[in-house]
Design a protein around this ligand. Sequence first.
Ligand code: 13P
Ligand code: SF4
Length: 301
Amino acid sequence: MLTADRILELKKEKSVYIIAHYYQRPEVQDIADFVGDSYAMAVAAKNSPLDTILVAGVDFMAESAAILCPGKTVLTPEPSATCPMADSVDIQHVLEYKERYPDSLVVSYVNTPAAIKAVSDICVTSSNAAKIIAKLPQDARILFIPDENLGKYIASKLNRSLDLYPSCCPIHAAVTADDIKEQKQHYPGAEVLVHPECSPEVVALADFVGSTAGILDYAARSGKKQLIIVTECGIMHSINKVSPGKELILAHSELICPNMKSITLDKILYSLENRETVVSVPEPIRSQAVTALEKMIAYAS
Ligand code: 13P
Ligand code: SF4
């Protein structure tokens, strides 16, 4: 029997709800019950119809599910699949900032470990950061962690100053304005769809800037036949599914997140067969982190 067929059989037999990110391998997206951006994944976990959730995504995504669903079992097929940007945050920096500016707000991108969410006032994702920050008190001093590029994009969109943390996604930050200009020369009629984790120089060349779900929606609605995709290559599978017939051009050959791609069908099968690895967040951290995540969901809707 094919691995994918065995997974479909086993997830039914064991009542497991599989949630995957758009950056997952095509074959992993295809066996999932739900595929979405990081915000939609968190909401899908919270509303999961089943008591066991398998998260095909990097560790902060599985942790968010565990934080939001204390009564449920959350499984990860690859515990070492992490996000280097999320791991780059030094908690000491955040605590010292809070001590220095007691009235400030710490807004953390969902790409953060649970311990950082626990000391944050609210979480955001790229799909809702502008909407949520616009609702925060206008005079509040804000530390935005950890994506400097997303922070700059939101600050310029809202015309509001944010204190930024010096970190970024190595995959998105590697794309240069020259890469985009070169693709535009080859495909002059194409639209450029950019994730806001890219540098401001790349964002400035975009026809559309948005989260993975935003890019997918825009691609489906676009009247253009050719689209230059400036985010991780996994999204192309989802775009091809909802909008077949469009020519998708990946802006840069290295737009591949190795951590996202470390999750395979074989690992998912092993995880389902052995009910491993269970994601657990120590209760004192979980109970503090859930406030920032729940607040995000409330402010985003
Ligand atoms: P989205 O929230 O757009 O899915 O992004 C998550 C991510 O890790 C982007 O690199
Ligand atoms: Fe992290 Fe970048 Fe991979 Fe997204 S693409 S999970 S931000 S390393």
